[in-house]
Design a protein around this ligand. Structure first.
Ligand code: SF4
Length: 103
C-alpha cells in the first residue's frame, strides 16, 4: 500500500454552482489539533480520500490544510474519523453553510 496514491473523486464543477454562507465566527468542523502535521498520517489520509469537496489536502511538500468553507455537509469525514481526529462536527447555524442549487 506504500506506493499507492490516493484516488480522490471531486465534483468541482457541480459544487461551483452551489452557494455558501461561511460562518466565520463558528467553525462547524474542528479537528483535535490545529497543527495538522501532528495528526496521524493514516487518519488524515482518510479525510483526504473521502471528502468529496477536497477540503482536506496535503501538497507535494507534505503541508496539510483544511478549511470548512465549501463544506457540503455530507458528514462523510465525521463517519470516517469522529472517533479519532474529528473533534467537532455539527450542522452550521441557521442560514449558514451550503445552499444546493439543484435540490
Ligand atoms: Fe468534506 Fe463532507 Fe466533511 Fe464537509 S462534511 S468536510 S464535504 S467530508
Amino acid at each position: 500500500m506504500k506506493n499507492l496514491k490516493p484516488i480522490t473523486c471531486r465534483v468541482d464543477e457541480l459544487i461551483a454552482v452551489n452557494k455558501f454562507e461561511v460562518d466565520e465566527e463558528n467553525a462547524h468542523i474542528e479537528l483535535v489539533s490545529e497543527d495538522l502535521s501532528s495528526l496521524p498520517d493514516e487518519e488524515f489520509g482518510k479525510l483526504i480520500r473521502v471528502c468529496p469537496a477536497g477540503l482536506y489536502r496535503e501538497d507535494e511538500n507534505g503541508i496539510r490544510s483544511f478549511d470548512y468553507a465549501g463544506c457540503l455537509e455530507c458528514g462523510t469525514c465525521r463517519i470516517a474519523c469522529e472517533a479519532t481526529i474529528i473533534k467537532k462536527w455539527e450542522q452550521p447555524r441557521p442560514f449558514m453553510g451550503v445552499s444546493y442549487r439543484f435540490g
